[in-house]
Design a protein around this ligand. Structure first.
Ligand code: ADP
Ligand code: MG
Length: 169
């Protein structure tokens, strides 16, 4: 435990159902601090890395379709980093069990989740389940400068010939 960060993702079903506000309110009950947040599209490569521990599961392909928004026709997710005392277990508690039918009915997944006919647990949010997982996931979803705290060691790299999209003058 101690002071720790955790990654939270509001999945495409959460955005599609306009649950963002409700979910943020529930999460704010923890009194944890949001130290990073963004709305983004999820590239397939990022989805596959995020769920690499499940790559052997029969539902893996469908899970990738889910998190990349293919099932809901909603390609946005909201990714956030929460920080504070016991952040990982506090958020997991409010999120509820992985299977929405087994989740505590007052948890986020218990209230808003469901099981799709494909068998996928559509459970509205992701939350890191250990410190190692949080570190791996936060580094996957965020760059150091997108987070308002220094969580992990960084280094400076010089890039040459970087092509970057900017606003047209
Ligand atoms: P959690 O999200 O609670 O940490 P996992 O990391 O095990 O759970 O799984 C990642 C996601 O994959 C789940 O949130 C859920 O959407 C889906 N999932 C996990 N296990 C199953 C399953 N047995 N059947 C269908 N979908 C599952
Ligand atoms: Mg997990």
């Amino acid at each position: 435990m101690g002071m720790e960060p955790t990654l939270v993702i509001i999945k495409p079903d959460g955005l599609k159902k306009s649950l963002t506000g409700d979910i943020l309110s529930r999460l704010s009950e923890t009194k944890l601090k949001i130290i990073a947040a963004k709305i983004m599209k999820v590239p397939k490569e990022l989805a596959e890395k995020h769920y690499q521990h499940l790559s052997k599961e029969p539902f893996f392909e469908e899970l990738i379709r889910y998190i990349t928004g293919k099932i809901h026709g909603e390609n946005r997710v909201m990714a956030m980093v929460y920080y504070g005392e016991g952040a990982i277990s506090k958020i997991r508690e409010i999120a509820g069990a992985t299977n929405p039918e087994e989740a505590n009915p007052v948890s986020i997944r218990g209230a808003y989740g469901r099981i799709l006919t494909s068998g996928i647990f559509e459970n509205v949010i992701h939350a890191s389940s250990s410190q190692d997982e949080a570190e791996r996931e936060i580094k996957l979803w965020f760059e150091p400068d997108e987070i308002v705290m220094d969580l992990y060691p960084t280094e400076e790299k010089v890039f040459e010939k970087v092509i970057k999209r900017v606003w047209k003058e």
